[in-house]
Design a protein around this ligand. Structure first.
Ligand code: TIU
Length: 230
């Protein structure tokens, strides 16, 4: 691969071209707190099993990205142990008897360093893969993600993770405003509400791809294989 190599994948609303040298796989918040019982997701009243279908396609895509030597980054939503970065308005939202910072079966809920805050073992980051800790839903707010992307020469993001309409959507909107090209991988994203997953993807790709593009991991893998066979 040279830095000028370009690829294309079938996508909506039109084929998406990218150069591996300037793209990154950005995996959003695939944390135990969202995907396993006893964490933040369940505390909010959600059925966390609805997100688990994303694990296998993410695992396959991550394996391919690593094999090719392309760039990978991960994010985690969570707060400092002293809760200094937790807005009071976020702490009380949901009116749950247990809230962010309180003890749970996987440690203090949504707190950095606790078991529940960690990324699930199937997608565990390598030491060379930046992990961006974010206090909010968007991965750019109060983080150094933009600086890391700039320093690594990245202009295009393949975005996966949970949940589609919350942290994935917010991050893609933030990235789009900062001039990054985004494509969401539909089967690698999920919501606790299937209709919100569909709506979240529809909002990205509507109006000529107002925030970005959408494809599936199978289409992406197929296009890469076809390219190799050519
Ligand atoms: N609740 C919900 O759907 N999502 C979040 O709170 N955070 C993320 O999406 N990561």
């Amino acid at each position: 691969m040279t830095t000028t190599d370009t690829f294309a994948v079938e996508a909506e609303p039109y084929p998406f071209e990218f150069s591996p040298a300037t793209c990154a796989l950005l995996i959003i918040d695939m944390q135990r707190d969202f995907l396993e019982p006893g964490g933040f997701g369940e505390m909010l009243g959600n059925d966390v099993s609805l997100l688990r279908r994303t694990i296998e396609p993410n695992r396959k895509l991550l394996a391919l990205w690593r094999e090719k030597g392309w760039q990978v980054m991960h994010t985690r939503e969570g707060h400092r142990p002293d809760l200094g970065c937790l807005p009071p308005a976020k702490k009380v939202r949901g009116r749950s008897p247990t809230t962010i910072g309180d003890p749970g079966p996987m440690g203090r809920i949504l707190v950095r360093g606790e078991a529940g805050h960690d990324i699930i073992k199937e997608l565990y980051p390598l030491p060379t893969e930046p992990v961006i800790d974010k206090p909010g839903k968007g991965a750019f707010y109060q983080t150094d993600l933009e600086l890391v992307l700039k320093n690594r020469g990245i202009d295009t993001l393949f975005v996966c993770g949970v949940t589609t309409e919350v942290c994935v959507n917010t991050t893609i909107r933030e990235a789009n405003d900062r001039g990054f090209r985004c494509i969401a991988l539909s089967d690698c994203c999920a919501s606790y509400f299937p209709k919100f997953h569909e709506a979240g993807l529809a909002m990205i790709k509507a109006q000529g791809g107002i925030f970005g593009s959408v494809t599936g991991s199978k289409a992406l893998l197929a296009s890469l294989q076809a390219r190799e066979a050519a």
